[in-house]
Ligand binder design. Structure first.
Ligand SMILES: *[C@@H]1O[C@H](CO)[C@@H](O)[C@H](O)[C@H]1NC(C)=O
Ligand SMILES: *[C@@H]1O[C@H](CO)[C@@H](O)[C@H](O)[C@H]1NC(C)=O
Ligand SMILES: *[C@@H]1O[C@H](CO)[C@@H](O)[C@H](O)[C@H]1NC(C)=O
Ligand SMILES: *[C@@H]1O[C@H](CO)[C@@H](O)[C@H](O)[C@H]1NC(C)=O
Length: 343
């Protein structure tokens, strides 16, 4: 069964009829948004003692245009497979038996050939890819086990997870990779109590996401970077808001990079180990004066690396007023889809 708090979230969803939702066209037609109807539980066990042995087989068993809450319970074990949740299957939850014991992993790299013989490129390397809306995951880890690249090696980007659907919620999940671990591609996302590990740009994309109480763990050898945000236009509401996180591991480490011209990244109430690179932030390639158009900042951060995070004038200590939008779940319109107890 879904946890009571998740049910509250889904009830909240059902009254949010004013929100535009691409999957339902609700605001366009002013229809009342009905939300998912009913529940279904599917069990997966790699040892073959449940309904399915693989996670993809369980996802495949959900019909297109799904309207039910589907809880996929995944027993302890390593699921060595590449998984896709297509856009036609919203409301799916992956629930593991604990992020140390239930792991989905694969090992594609950007330079590996895809089905058509062309290189996969970074976005298609993810071990698990979710295109659907209202996805959630808890107590499970996602890995890309491709080996860590040496600095300067090309084509070794290897994502563990790509989230491209809207309103995705993750709690107590692990994301493990070397380069480009978590592709936070598009849509509104909330990550709570998660562990995210990598070396270079290990959280990247143009998502509109809040990371609450997460550990961001660097395994960089010569240098590394946490977040590369790809906001392209000044009217986009996207950005990465890190609140109450912990930054640990090895460095030197940039905390944010200007992937897009209007990149937005804010760290608040976050602890930094003594691993932050000089300057703290990177403008990607010194071109296009991105240091004049990005919105980077910190608010009440702490720890031995916190001073270095204030290393450039274009990533200042924010005042409460400018930090506030990045501190609260309304950053991702969470009032409509995240229960108070889940925030
Ligand atoms: C949304 O509405 C438009 C017409 O306004 C229609 O063409 C389109 O198919 C609808 N999309 C969905 C997902 O219902
Ligand atoms: C599946 O098998 C592995 C090793 O054979 C074992 O460690 C694991 O506990 C088993 N999982 C379940 C759910 O029985
Ligand atoms: C998550 O896993 C922990 C053990 O790691 C367990 O105590 C907890 O009940 C699990 N929570 C859910 C929602 O499955
Ligand atoms: C901003 O970046 C440009 C290069 O694009 C550089 O010349 C300039 O010194 C930078 N400004 C600051 C304040 O760091």
């Amino acid at each position: 069964m879904a946890s009571p708090s998740l049910l509250v979230a889904l009830l909240l969803v059902s009254v949010s009829c004013s929100l535009f939702d691409a999957a339902t066209n609700s605001s366009k037609h002013h229809h009342r948004w009905v939300g998912p109807i009913g529940h279904r539980v599917i069990t997966v066990d790699v040892n073959g003692t449940a309904q399915f042995r693989s996670v993809q087989a369980a996802v495949n068993s959900v019909p297109d245009n799904n309207r039910m809450n589907v809880l996929i319970q995944i027993s302890a074990g390593y699921y060595i497979e590449k998984v896709v949740v297509p856009v036609t299957k919203p409301y799916i939850t992956f629930e593991g038996a604990g992020r140390d014991v239930t792991v989905i992993e694969w090992h594609d790299r950007a330079s590996d050939p895809g089905p058509n013989g062309q290189q996969l490129r970074t976005y298609r390397t993810a071990s698990v890819t979710v295109f659907a809306n209202y996805f959630s995951a808890r107590n499970i880890s996602f890995k890309n086990t491709a080996p860590a690249p040496m600095p300067g090696m090309q084509g070794w980007q290897a994502a563990a997870f790509r989230i491209s659907g809207d309103k995705a919620y993750f709690s107590a999940c692990g994301f493990y990779g070397a380069q480009d671990t978590l592709c936070d591609d598009a849509g509104r996302h909330y990550f709570k109590d998660c562990y995210i590990q990598g070396s270079i740009d290990f959280i990247f994309g143009n998502g509109r996401s809040m990371y609450k109480d997460c550990e961001l763990h660097s395994i960089a050898t010569r240098f590394g970077s946490i977040a590369a945000h790809d906001r392209k236009y000044p009217n986009q509401k996207t950005g990465f808001a890190f609140v109450g996180c912990r930054v640990t591991g090895t460095g030197p480490l940039y905390v944010g990079r200007a992937m897009g011209q209007y990149s937005r990244i804010v760290y608040s109430y976050t602890y930094f180990d003594d691993i932050v690179a000089n300057g703290g932030w990177d403008d990607w390639n010194h071109a296009h004066n991105k240091n004049k158009t990005v919105f980077f900042g910190v608010y009440k951060c702490w720890g031995p690396g916190a001073e270095a995070v204030r290393g450039v004038s274009w990533a200042p200590e924010l005042d409460f007023e400018s930090a506030h939008p990045f501190l609260v779940k309304s950053f991702v319109n969470g009032r409509h889809w995240i229960a108070p107890s889940d925030a």
